[in-house]
Design a protein around this ligand. Structure first.
Ligand code: NAD
Length: 366
């Protein structure tokens, strides 16, 4: 698709990755962005400085599970593409309350597909040919790796958490809408993201904020679980590239070849805090403590992104070391951004240990 002058729906554009996508689209391309977001606890319009007042930007508060509202937006804006980043995204929360994950990630994706299909079918042949829906997913759909190997685009799905199972379901729906109805879709599966504007419940911002406060830094299990980290702005650029030049019906893995144990990540944050915000009481590593592991905690994720690199020429700009340095500095310099979240009542506390027998199966109905 051609970018300049086109209109793109970004669902979940007030979230962590969605806001990076919106900032990139507005700053570096000539597109018009419509941010379609329900504004859950994870959303933050402060992550989009300068967007309000930009003639290429519109915000619409809308749940992707509600068909009539979505339909009205398709009619109002006549988008040329949809990037679906609206989701419930926190694994620990999915253990305590999977219902919302089923609703948004599965029912919401289904509803968005139906309304996109309806819109696409009414387009002129020329517009129909250039239209794209890009669904953004995670490497967690592939399950857990042993010590060797990487996830490729042909790795079988084996999700282990309610979060990853709901994302896997949504990926399958997107594929089916392509195969059955010929909706021009693509899917990306990305490894763990980190960077500015990350909600404080996730590992890296959680540790930075706790470390700045001189509070204990709780590491799950033995800290040896491995994640493959990607700087969020590299992800946003990859998504734009796939939307612009990817092949319909294909999936693309996105990752930065940055496998690190969780303990290494936390120790690196401690060392950077020692450098940028030293504490009189001694090095930050003394704050590290080990706590009960997450149930079903996948041991290792690692992404092979060579298809994206080979076919579309994408390369991550940041190494883990450069990206984590930028990130720690950002949280030190942008305290008002995350302090406002704490002031709204978010308290960093352990979730995700709930006994599954206490789960209600009727919570979808609420
Ligand atoms: P996030 O939780 O930070 O943001 C999600 C956004 O979606 C929020 O703004 C929220 O208000 C919105 N939203 C939630 N439910 C909605 C609904 N029903 N209707 C409309 N909007 C709704 O998530 P994120 O980390 O930015 O992740 C975005 C996408 O990328 C997700 O699909 C996630 O699975 C995927 N992903 C995330 C990572 C990661 O490391 N964070 C890695 C790979 C893939």
């Amino acid at each position: 698709m051609r970018f300049k002058g086109s209109t793109i729906f970004v669902t979940g554009g007030a979230g962590f990755i969605g806001s990076a996508v919106v900032r990139h689209l507005l700053g570096d391309t000539g597109v018009r962005v419509v941010n379609v977001d329900k504004l859950t606890y994870a959303a933050n319009l402060d992550s989009l400085p300068g967007a309000d007042g930009n003639p290429n930007y519109a915000f619409e508060k809308q749940c992707i599970c509600e068909a009539p509202g979505l339909r009205a937006l398709f009619e109002k804006y006549q988008p040329d593409a949809v990037m679906n980043l609206a989701a419930e995204s926190h694994v620990d929360r999915s253990i305590d309350g999977p219902g919302e994950f089923i609703r948004t990630n599965i029912v919401g994706t289904f509803t968005l597909l139906q309304e996109t299909l309806r819109h696409w079918r009414a387009l002129s042949p020329e517009k129909r040919a250039s239209f794209r829906l890009l669904h953004i997913s995670t490497d967690e759909v592939f399950g857990s790796l042993g010590d060797e190997g990487l996830f490729t685009e042909t790795t079988a799905y084996a999700p282990n958490s309610p979060y990853s199972a709901s994302k896997a379901s949504s990926d399958h729906l997107v594929r089916a809408w392509r195969e059955t109805y010929e909706l021009p879709t693509m899917v990306t599966n990305c490894s763990n993201n980190y960077g500015p504007y990350h909600f404080p419940e996730k590992l890296i911002p959680h540790m930075i904020i706790k470390g700045l406060a001189g509070e204990p830094l709780p590491v799950y299990g033995d800290g040896k679980n491995i994640r493959d980290w990607l700087y969020v702005e590299d992800h946003a650029k990859a998504l734009t590239m796939v939307l612009e030049r990817g092949t319909i019906g294909e999936t693309y893995n996105v990752g930065g070849r940055n496998e690190r144990t969780n303990l290494h990540v936390v120790e690196t944050i401690c060392d950077l805090l020692d450098e940028f915000a030293p504490k009189a009481g001694g090095p930050h590593r003394r704050l590290i403590s080990f706590v009960a592991d997450r149930p079903g905690h996948d041991r290792r994720y690692a992404i092979d992104a060579s298809k994206l690199e080979r076919e579309l020429g994408w390369r991550a700009d940041e190494t883990f070391e450069s990206g984590i340095g930028k990130t720690v500095r950002w949280y030190i310099e942008q305290k008002p951004w995350w302090q406002a979240i704490l002031a709204r009542g978010y308290t960093p506390k352990r979730v995700g240990l709930e006994d599954s027998r206490t789960q209600r199966t009727d919570e979808l109905v609420k």
